[in-house]
Design a protein around this ligand. Structure first.
Ligand SMILES: *Cc1c(COP(=O)(O)O)cnc(C)c1O
Length: 418
């Protein structure tokens, strides 16, 4: 039995297979697997290695330290690494020493990249980030116009090489939204201007998971899927992930910490928002909101059904679909196992994984939890807490524990692979 009574089991073969599926959606483009936020909670390095095994030749992260950590495990011959979100004073020289591509999203950012290039004697490979309509990070087309002469001068002086122009969608998860095409048209215009000014771009890139799956027009030279790499769909309204050839990579499971009989009419968990309607059996699941189980997935009957779980499933299937009873607490929540429950402390319950979903009484999905909590599946997987060990299955023998995972993950990983 494990040292921590719950775990996130990450199937590295699913990640590799998802990247292959995404490459098939975008046959004319290269794939950048986005592995920011500890690979959406799946573990930075093992997930990146699995994505490379699936054919990704680029990796994308938001923060500069994530890029440097990634490069310590992934050689430049295996993948290019792009990082895009930093404030003044970021360790850009260290990023250049680590052979990382840098995004430039402001005038001061160009100045800091040029300074880092001079300091290290390296040529900084720069991707100009353009705000084509998202209204978030990036240079507006007007800002870009103003910055372009400085960027070209830095290029002619040998400090930088302008290798990319890129942008990000506001509404790619609504493929018919008029802003999608409007942003692409702005993008085309900006790319045209940068090229006309003398940049020889290697990659133009705009598509996230949703656009990779739904909009070939947006694939350009490189697609940047994140969520879909982990087997989840950003467009659940278009059908389950399996319809896109994607397999969810993460399964979250726990051992019941207690099972006990309790009388009818008993309140359950803080605030007694759930009350037993008959003599029954309660089970305590040792995962709570500090582990990323959303408090908004509490089961405040009859108003709100809680997050779904599969109890008592064996390798041959079966199992009962139950829902969180009462409030999700910091470290634990409760299930009403019913009067005829045969479960015992130590039995495994599964919150979500590569299942057919709560609708079918099968293993719930991260999407089911997102719906129970009023959020998106991105938030469900990325918030699985650091103390929940990641256990890797599949993949190559080199896969190690997440940078985020506890030492427990390492011993668990060995347990599983042994
Ligand atoms: C997170 C992110 C992506 C990946 O988005 P998904 O919707 O997860 O595919 C791509 N590009 C940028 C700039 C991002 O921040």
């Amino acid at each position: 039995m494990s040292t921590f009574p719950a775990r996130a089991v990450v199937n590295l073969d699913a990640i590799a297979g998802n990247v292959r599926a995404l490459a098939d959606y975008a046959p004319t483009a290269q794939v950048m697997a986005v592995v920011k936020a500890d690979a959406y909670g799946h573990g930075l390095v093992p997930s990146a290695q699995a994505a490379i095994a699936g054919g990704a030749r680029w990796l994308g992260v938001a923060q500069v330290p994530e890029a440097i950590a990634l490069r310590a495990a992934v050689p430049a011959s295996a993948a290019r690494v792009l990082t895009w979100l930093y404030a003044p004073g970021a360790p850009l020289a260290a990023a250049l020493e680590a052979d990382v591509d840098l995004s430039v999203h402001a005038g001061w950012a160009l100045a800091e990249v040029v300074a880092a290039a001079r300091e290290t004697g390296r040529v900084a490979r720069v991707h100009l980030k353009v705000d084509t309509g998202l209204g978030r990070n990036g240079l507006t087309p007007t800002d870009l116009e103003a910055l372009l002469p400085d960027a070209l001068r830095a290029q002619s002086e040998g400090a930088v090489e302008l290798v990319g122009v890129w942008s990000h969608f506001a509404f790619a998860d609504e493929p018919d939204h008029p802003t999608v095409l409007a942003q692409a048209e702005v993008f085309d215009e900006v790319v045209g201007r940068v090229e006309a000014a003398g940049a020889h771009l290697e990659v133009r890139h705009l598509a996230n998971s949703a656009a990779t799956l739904t909009a070939p027009r947006m694939h350009y030279d490189l697609v940047r899927p994140g969520l879909a790499v982990y087997g989840l769909t950003p467009v659940p309204q278009l059908g389950p992930a399996a319809d896109h050839g994607l397999t969810p990579a993460m399964t979250v499971e726990a051992e019941l910490a207690n099972v006990k009989r309790i009388a009818a009419g008993h309140g359950v968990s803080y605030g007694h928002r759930y009350r037993t309607t008959r003599d029954t059996v309660l089970g305590v699941v040792p995962l709570g909101y500090s582990d990323g189980v959303p408090r908004h997935a509490s089961g405040d009957l009859p108003a709100q059904p809680g997050g779904p779980l599969l109890v008592g499933a064996t390798a041959d299937g079966g199992g009962r679909l139950l829902r969180v009873a009462g409030r999700v607490c910091m470290d634990q929540f409760v299930l009403d196992l019913g009067p005829d429950a045969t479960e015992q402390a130590g039995d495994v319950v599964r919150l979500f994984g590569p299942g057919t979903g709560a609708d079918t009484d099968g293993l719930p999905t991260a999407q089911d939890w997102a719906e129970a909590a009023g959020t998106i599946s991105y938030e469900i997987v990325t918030r699985i807490g650091a103390r929940v060990p990641r256990v890797y299955v599949g993949g190559e023998a080199t896969a190690g524990p997440s940078a985020q995972g506890a030492a427990a993950a390492e011993s668990e990983s060995k347990e599983k692979q042994a």
